[in-house]
Design a protein around this ligand. Structure first.
Ligand SMILES: Cc1cc2nc3c(=O)[nH]c(=O)nc-3n(C[C@H](O)[C@H](O)[C@H](O)COP(=O)(O)O)c2cc1C
Ligand code: SF4
Ligand code: SF4
Length: 434
């Protein structure tokens, strides 16, 4: 059976599933039950400096985007960092780590962007026996206006500076959690490693307004008639997060550096995808908030079964395996030609493929009087839209043409050789092929 044990920055956990810093990791009561349910590690809800605790709103703090079946696709929140006393948190962290030495315990931190503030809190965290820290440079609301969170994460120089302080005043691994509210994620990642970060984790939440109450004319969640932007997370953000993870994993300046993948992980497959793109482990928040701690059991059994099927004995066997296949558009093979093919036995004659192709693609599907839908190869550009809108899985497939065959759309023979845009005759800047 596959071994899910994962070592990230020298921290070993029984599986790669960690809970992200958020309500599920807010207190001892939660974290103990999370560990009992099987989570491999946690990043404790972000701690702030000593002093009067943070104050949250006393009304709704979440907005939600649902799918048609009321499945939660995305959650937006206006919660701040922990609103519990610093020392209570530190005592709880110490106790829990002592009782669960085999689980990863990371402490998330967000204090003012001043050396003294970091110098003050880091020894206190060191004393807890936790395995490392995560710097919350991502929170996009509430704390950013106070010069913390994403206000730091959006300025690479600050990231380097604070990370370097942490490496100076703390002896264990330092993970820098990045904000996605930035144009090019490679810049903050490079800045973190410049400050000697041991790893980056991403993504934190995305700036968002999830809905507007059209009676009150206010964004939701609504507090006494007013709303504010919040941080968006859950399955809807996974594509954005995976692209950012891949960008860092293939950037020549940061390639091979440890990454903890976060954003919409709900199933074992989501986790495997993040890890294939270079994440050494994953962190989860929304899925636990939506389905409870026990969802980790499905992640564990699913990942284990898949690894057995594929012959992967340990997670390191597939971590990063998809990275070499992430490329830029200009390097895609323009000699690759495919055509859509409809399985008439599986087709339920709904006509969605026809409507989509006829109205918004290449008018490549014909409909007969008795509703038989057929792809016309001489029009099909293989855009895949019909596959995407067909309600029957695998009813439409994309079939590659073989070298030597003539593409009836272009009249050209399909070539065996790989050729991309950089050498294409239509490219004014083309480099002549040798
Ligand atoms: C209610 C809520 C509170 C959060 N609080 C924190 C926090 O205190 N510190 C932090 O680094 N991230 C915080 N996050 C962000 C999560 O750790 C995580 O980065 C984000 O939710 C994406 O993961 P997901 O799609 O699995 O939810 C919070 C998220 C939610 C939903
Ligand atoms: S792949 Fe695109 S062009 Fe071809 S039949 Fe489907 S929708 Fe039409
Ligand atoms: S969308 Fe799929 S099921 Fe519907 S008509 Fe087209 S091929 Fe058939």
């Amino acid at each position: 059976m596959a071994d899910l044990t994962t070592t990230f920055l020298g921290i070993t956990s029984p599986n790669p599933f960690w809970l992200a810093s958020a309500p599920p990791t807010d207190k001892e009561y939660n974290v103990r039950r999370a560990f009992e349910a099987g989570w491999g590690g946690v990043v404790w809800k972000t701690l702030g400096s000593e002093g009067p605790p943070i104050v949250n709103v006393n009304g709704p703090r979440y907005g939600v985007v649902y799918g048609a079946d009321r499945r939660v696709l995305g959650i937006n929140n206006i919660e701040l960092i922990t609103d519990r006393d610093l020392y209570t948190n530190l005592e709880e962290i110490t106790r829990v780590k002592k009782d669960y030495p085999d689980r990863a315990m990371i402490v998330s931190l967000m204090v003012p962007c001043e050396e003294e503030a970091w110098k003050a809190i880091l020894p206190l965290v060191e004393e807890t026996g936790a395995d490392g820290i995560e710097l919350n440079f991502g929170c996009p609301h509430g704390m950013a206006e106070r010069g913390m969170g994403s206000a730091v994460g959006q300025v690479p120089e600050y990231i380097t500076m604070v990370t370097a302080w942490c490496k100076q005043y703390y002896s264990k691994p330092v993970i820098v959690k990045l904000t996605p509210n930035i144009t090019d994620i490679r810049n903050p990642a490079r800045a973190a490693f410049k400050g000697n970060a041991d790893a980056v984790s991403l993504i934190n939440t995305i700036n968002s307004i999830t809905s507007v109450n059209l009676d009150a004319m206010s964004p939701e969640p609504m507090i006494d008639g007013k709303g504010t932007h919040g941080g968006y997370c859950g399955p809807a953000v996974k594509p954005i997060a995976m692209n950012m993870v891949a960008e860092i994993a293939r950037d020549p300046e940061t390639r091979g550096k440890p990454i903890s993948g976060i954003g919409g992980v709900t199933t074992w497959r989501d986790a495997a995808e993040f890890m294939a793109l270079g994440a050494g482990n994953v962190q989860v928040c929304t899925a636990a908030m939506t389905y409870g701690f026990r969802i980790v059991q499905e992640m564990i059994s699913g990942l284990s079964d898949w690894m057995d099927q594929k012959g992967y004995q340990r997670t390191s066997d597939f971590i990063g395996k998809a990275v070499p296949n992430v490329t830029d558009w200009q390097y895609l093979n323009l000699n690759y030609v495919a055509k859509a093919k409809i399985d008439q036995d599986a087709c339920i004659k709904c006509g969605r493929c026809y409507a989509a192709c006829e109205d918004t693609s290449h008018q490549a599907i014909s409909m007969s009087a008795d509703r038989v839908f057929t792809v016309m190869d001489d029009e099909c550009v293989a855009c895949n839209l019909c596959v995407d809108v067909c309600p029957v899985q695998d009813c439409i497939t994309m079939v590659p043409m073989q070298p030597g065959q003539v593409d009836p759309r272009t009249g050209k023979v399909v070539q065996k050789e790989y050729a991309n845009w950089t050498t294409h005759p239509n490219n004014p800047g083309a480099v002549a092929a040798e």
